[in-house]
Design a protein around this ligand. Structure first.
Ligand code: GLN
Length: 443
């Protein structure tokens, strides 16, 4: 990206054309539709960046990979898109994703699944699987994804690229279709750590258009990258114990490399992962059920039904939303309903605080935390028989969102089948600089 930012408009045009051609020839399904020539001309003149189909780009058909939004044309640019354009980058191609960002494999997309560029029988992860596969497959220089519970970091890990989730509030959510408003953050997916830092600097900063945007000082990280700083890095033993053998092996290798480079390792414990999963899926589905209520066929949504108001609601939602989304709306409505609110939602909020406190305690004695991103490398399609099995693959990523912390996932090694092994470094809130410095040391 650093080199690309120096190119003139002729050279950038050439890059756009090369990428458009590669996208047309590619069969990994990273984009929700093949780039058309009209799209090329409306994409702007900057360095092309692939955009997850949940981030609004003016005049684009943004659908969140759902049938309910077919035909919807975005009226404005999200703040992150405005920031890209100001920096000389341009949105280029809609990247595939799980419907409304709910999933871990990109196969709940209404457009079909995205294949992992390292092995087409395996998933590219999710929900930002299209963004990660596009970067890994060489058909995007970099991409934007969103991370509510791991959706930038996990597909990046499965595809062998870098994925970063900022501190909650660092990056504006204005113009990003909400899944779970207290957890969602936009993050870069790139080929290396330096590109992630460059793209993160471009998209972050306070935005008065987003009431949850943090009004705190911002010092760009990319010009201050320093991989020589000696750091104290915590490993969470009860997380590592639950990982598969290839992940454990990659983890030990990374710990050894860090120790040899002079960093100090300390051992810590976190809350039981089962409790973390329960907490996340209560908070996330509760917020999703409220956020997705707007897709009712009146204000938004591909209107269906001709038997009056109720029939329109029922038909629009039941034909428009896929199974996983409907399941989550029902679950979220249940935990928010009177009689169950105290038993589930309030309890989950208390556990969320506990998770935040536990991370704060760990950070009293460490600069960073090193953790797996997922228990295994990319799974084969169809290997999860139930939603719950899929939810359990999120055990290492979701607590980071519940605590609002920044984290970066980066490729460390490969397993025996050549599939990438990714690990994540978790940082203190608003201390992305230390997190990027640590990532550069591990790269
Ligand atoms: N897999 C998680 C979920 O389905 C995370 C998704 C995300 O980060 N958008 O909710």
């Amino acid at each position: 990206l650093k080199e690309a930012l120096k190119l003139n408009s002729e050279e950038i045009k050439k890059i756009q054309e090369d990428i458009a051609l590669k996208v047309k020839q590619s069969n990994i399904g990273a984009y929700v539709e093949q780039l058309k020539n009209e799209e090329l001309s409306t994409s702007g003149e900057g360095i092309p960046i692939a955009i997850k189909d949940i981030i609004n780009v003016k005049n684009w058909n943004i659908t969140c990979c759902s049938n309910i939004l077919q035909g919807y044309v975005s009226a404005y640019d999200a703040t992150v898109i405005k920031n890209l354009r100001t920096a000389g980058l341009s949105p280029f191609g809609r990247a595939n994703m799980d419907e409304f960002a709910m999933g871990s494999s990109t196969d709940t997309s209404c457009y079909g699944k995205t294949l992992n560029p390292h092995n087409p029988n395996k998933t590219a992860g999710g929900s930002s699987g299209g963004s990660a596969a596009a970067v890994a497959g060489g058909i995007a220089i970099a991409a934007l994804g969103t991370d509510t519970g791991g959706s930038v970091r996990q597909p990046a890990a499965y595809c062998g690229v870098v994925g970063m989730k900022p501190t909650y509030g660092r990056v504006s959510r204005y113009g990003v279709t909400a899944y779970s408003s207290s957890l969602d953050q936009v993050g870069p997916i790139t080929q290396n750590v330096e590109d992630a830092a460059i793209l993160y600097d471009i998209i972050s900063g306070h935005d008065p258009m987003d009431s949850t945007s943090a009004n705190v000082d911002y010092t760009p990280v990319a010009p201050n990258l320093d991989s020589d700083k000696k750091l104290k890095i915590a490993v969470i033993d009860n997380f590592v114990d639950q990982a598969s053998e290839p992940i454990k092996k990659g983890f030990s290798k990374a710990v050894k490399a860090l120790e040899e480079a002079g960093h100090e390792i300390v051992h810590k414990q976190m809350l039981d992962t089962e409790k973390i999963v329960s907490t996340y899926y209560i908070v996330a589905t509760a917020e999703a059920s409220a956020n997705l209520a707007r897709f009712d066929g009146v204000r938004f949504g591909n209107r269906k039904g001709d038997g009056g108001l109720k029939d329109m609601y029922v038909q629009t939602k039941s034909q428009g939303f896929g199974d996983e989304v409907q399941k989550r709306i029902m679950l979220g409505s249940f935990v928010l309903s009177s009689g169950y609110y105290d038993a589930y939602y309030i309890k989950a909020q208390k556990v969320r605080h506990l998770i935040k406190d536990m991370y704060e305690d760990i950070f009293k004695d460490a600069d960073l935390i090193l953790s797996p991103v997922a228990p295994t490398t990319a799974p084969e399609f169809g290997s999860f028989k139930t939603s719950l099995e899929m939810y359990l693959s999120d055990i290492y990523t979701i607590s980071v969102n519940l605590a609002g912390l920044p984290a970066i996932s980066l490729p460390i090694d490969k397993d025996e089948d050549g599939m990438p092994i990714g690990l994540q470094l978790i940082g203190k809130a608003y201390d992305e600089q230390t997190m990027f410095n640590g990532a550069l040391a591990l790269e």
